[in-house]
Design a protein. Structure first.
Length: 173
């Protein structure tokens, strides 16, 4: 029996399954969690969630089909046409909270030292968000749906000022 075609067939099958799994995982990561979009109805930024599992499964088999599962304006506006989904379809990355924060911090000046923050290094050089009274906003306590509103009034502080204590000095002086 000729085993070469069988081996090739097996390789093709494994490759096809791998591609499907890759697409599913990639789509799931893209669409999970809270996403920020501009509500087409009132032109305000809102936090929404889509059915990430459903998007992942449909992404693997043709293209992601997005369904909204939550929105800051729900349940009052639950019957909306979900027109904001086009923004997520166009660029899910642009709607991710991390991207919105990256864009906001980049080019912003530190409220303490005046240095431009530049590209954010979340792992080892996390910047901070300060209230108008210069109180530190804990990232863990941040409500995503509040974020667009906070970014209009809050300022930024660089990692160095927070760790080197100049922020504390200013606060206590
Ligand atoms: Zn600074």
């Amino acid at each position: 029996m000729d085993t070469v075609p069988q081996v090739l067939l097996a390789i093709a099958a494994v490759t096809a399954v791998s591609v499907l799994i890759y697409r599913t995982i990639r789509a799931y990561k893209r669409y999970r969690g809270k996403l920020l979009v501009t509500c087409p109805e009132n032109r305000q930024v809102v936090a929404v969630e889509v059915d990430a599992a459903g998007a992942a499964i449909t992404a693997a088999t043709g293209g992601p089909k997005l369904v909204l599962t939550d929105c800051t304006r729900w349940p009052e506006r639950q019957g909306c046409g979900q027109a904001c989904l086009s923004q997520i379809e166009l660029s899910p990355e642009n709607c991710q909270v991390r991207t919105v924060l990256d864009r906001w911090f980049e080019g912003r000046k530190c409220a303490y030292c005046g240095r431009v923050l530049g590209e954010v290094r979340w792992q080892d050089h996390k910047p901070a968000l300060l209230t108008p009274q210069r109180e530190l906003v804990e990232w863990s306590s941040l409500a995503v749906e509040e974020l667009p509103r906070l970014l209009e009034t809050h300022s930024a502080a660089c990692h160095d000022c927070l760790t080197l204590g100049s922020a504390d000095e200013e606060r206590t002086s």
